[in-house]
Design a protein around this ligand. Structure first.
Ligand code: PEP
Ligand code: MG
Length: 590
């Protein structure tokens, strides 16, 4: 039994079998088996060969049906290779005579062939080596009982990967994936956010461990504490099964707060809104008692594998607003770029799409509002859909990652342009759509007095604000210890934002991951925030805290925190204060 500590990013406990998702290709060590194990290894290989054969046949049929016979024929080459006696004999000999395990035998022989083809200096034959690479991968996938994509798994599994992109995560079948664990990644990465949205327990940033597991091994994932347990014994499995049941009953109790307001003991009402990534999460928001949606991350319309036209945008927004039935809804315009990159397959070969290639530093590159201002047609398409929805339901528009006044002004000019077009086309829309921005870059806070004269509302995005203020990549486990949203520097920026907004009476909410962490609830209320936008599942716990504190106490707590100089000190103090009021608070993470 091996315990590994990672970063808890999506709560819940899962006990199940492992599937290793290896998106990067195959790297297999040369491993021998005992002589007497060789027949079993050979049988594994023969079985994998059959699975691969079937798999290719199916791919060929699907592609032929979709694109025609000439494309289906691409797979003929693979099928021919699978029948190559010499190739197969070499692999079988490597198992039965050299006593290599099946994976190593396949790897060794295929590498030998690939090197040979590539070394011939013939373009056509070098191309053939790609067929070999592809085929080798397929057999290895079959050997490890892996399917090509996690979306295609046919039994419930716990998915382990070196790293997952947000779009890979989105494409998963959440009914089949019991939990996710990655070697890399940080707490505020979008992969983590997506896992939470999909309600899949997840642990990221575990460090290298994949070489210690094989497909089918049993593992426990504790998404509340960021723990994974490989090869657990019976007693540990029983203990976690008990915890899982207990967690369910706590969740059920908290959910009973759904229809209660988040009013503090001294009568101050706190607005708790939901953060969503997918339209279907509007229902989740209601289930968990959100009083509206404070952040709809619309880029997931693209990251889910689509390339939405205006009507698809419109239908998605319409579903959300109709579900929310009169409650406030803030739609954030597309925030692609940085770690939310489109895959090649989604992008169109047009200069107008949202695909960005070859940036050395995408976190500082063409992302978010910058991208929308460059791909104006796509931006207009989204704005038109939002305004059309505004005719049936009040919505607000929020721009992400605005870092200069010029960007805000340009975006607002395009808004006016879109409205004019709709007027000319006699398409109804509301003239009362409020326009706001995310506060995610230090420059925006430094210029907050100017910004507040030009926006209707602000929402503080502490994920990016922390990343850009402390110069800490939010997706990088190596610097995760430096990623502290309660760092005194970040708290100063939050205070400056609140003070700037107050001068003009501009409402402010906070929608970074920090808002859903109960550790910070008292602090945020004490700093003056009255609206928090949170991943829906965290709402009940935060609501429970709001209902059990009074603002006078929170203000005193915040004053004390603002005198502190280190994030560690602040966290320790907040933890002890929270424990005094709510014994044994669990899964406190940043
Ligand atoms: C943030 O940066 O805090 C935020 C809410 O936006 P996102 O996590 O989508 O970047
Ligand atoms: Mg952000």
């Amino acid at each position: 039994m091996i315990r590994l500590q990672g970063i808890a990013v999506s709560p819940g406990i899962a006990i199940g079998k492992v599937l290793v998702f290896d998106s990067g290709g195959f790297q297999i060590a040369k491993i021998n088996c005992l002589k007497e194990q060789a027949p079993a290894e050979l049988a594994r290989f023969e079985e994998a060969l059959q699975v691969t054969y079937e798999d290719i046949r199916l791919s060929s049929e699907t592609v032929t049906a979709k694109l025609g016979g000439e494309y289906g024929a691409i797979f003929e080459a693979h099928l021919a290779l699978l029948h190559d006696r010499k190739l197969l004999k070499k692999i079988r000999d490597a198992i039965t005579e050299d006593h290599l395990v099946a994976e190593s035998a396949v790897n060794e022989v295929f590498r030998e062939y690939i090197r040979f083809f590539q070394g011939l200096g013939d373009e056509y034959l070098a191309e053939r080596s790609n067929d070999m690479i592809d085929l080798g991968r397929r057999i290895l996938h079959a050997l490890r009982h892996e399917k090509k994509l996690p979306a295609q798994v046919s039994e419930k599994v716990i998915l382990l990967a070196n790293e997952l992109t947000p779009s890979e995560t989105v494409s998963m079948d959440k009914e089949m994936i019991q939990a996710l664990v990655t070697e890399r990644g940080g707490p505020s990465s979008h992969t983590a956010i997506v896992a939470e949205a999909m309600q899949i327990p997840a642990v990221v940033g575990v460090g290298e461990f994949l070489d210690r597991v094989s497909a089918g091994d049993q593992v426990i994932v504790d998404g509340n504490h960021g723990l994974i347990i490989l090869d657990p014994d019976e007693a540990t499995i029983r203990y976690y099964a008990y915890l899982e049941a207990q967690q369910q009953s706590i969740d059920d109790q908290l959910k009973m707060l759904r229809d209660e307001s988040a009013t503090t003991l001294d009568g101050v009402e706190i607005q708790l809104l939901g953060n969503i990534e997918f339209p279907a999460e509007a229902e989740t928001c209601l289930e968990y008692g959100a009083s509206g949606i404070g952040l709809y991350r619309t880029e997931f319309l693209y990251l889910s594998g689509g390339f939405p036209d205006e009507e698809e945008h419109y239908q998605a927004y319409r579903h959300v607003v109709e579900t929310m039935n009169g409650r406030p809804v803030t739609i954030r315009t597309v925030d692609l770029g940085a770690d939310k990159l489109l895959e090649h397959k989604v992008a169109r070969p047009s200069s107008k799409d949202y695909y960005v290639e070859g940036e050395k530093n995408p976190g500082l590159g063409l992302r978010s509002i910058r991208l929308s201002l460059k791909r104006i047609e796509l931006f207009r398409r989204q704005l038109r859909a939002i305004f059309r929805v505004s005719a049936i339901h009040p919505v607000k528009i929020m721009f992400p990652l605005v870092s200069t006044l010029t960007e805000l002004r340009q975006a607002k000019m395009i808004v006016e342009d879109v409205k004019e077009d709709l007027r000319e086309e006699n398409i109804p829309y509301s003239d009362k759509v409020e326009i706001g921005i995310m506060v995610e870059v230090p420059s925006t806070v430094l210029m907050i007095d100017q910004f507040v004269s030009e926006v209707d509302f602000l929402s503080i995005g502490t994920n990016d604000l922390t990343q850009y203020t402390l110069a800490v990549d939010r997706t990088n486990r190596e610097v995760v210890h430096l990623f502290n949203s309660c760092d005194p520097a970040i708290l100063k920026l939050i205070v400056m934002t609140l003070e700037g907004a107050k001068k003009k009476g501009v409402p402010v909410s906070l929608c970074g991951q920090m808002s859903g962490n109960p550790l910070y609830t008292m602090l945020l209320l004490g700093l003056g925030l009255r609206t928090l936008s949170i991943a829906p599942r965290n709402i009940p716990e935060v609501k429970n805290i709001c209902r059990g504190v009074n603002i006078t106490h929170c203000k005193a707590l915040a004053r004390r925190v603002l005198l502190m100089e280190r994030a560690g000190e602040i966290k320790g103090y907040l933890k002890s204060e929270l424990r005094k009021l709510f014994p044994d608070p669990d899964d406190l993470l940043d």
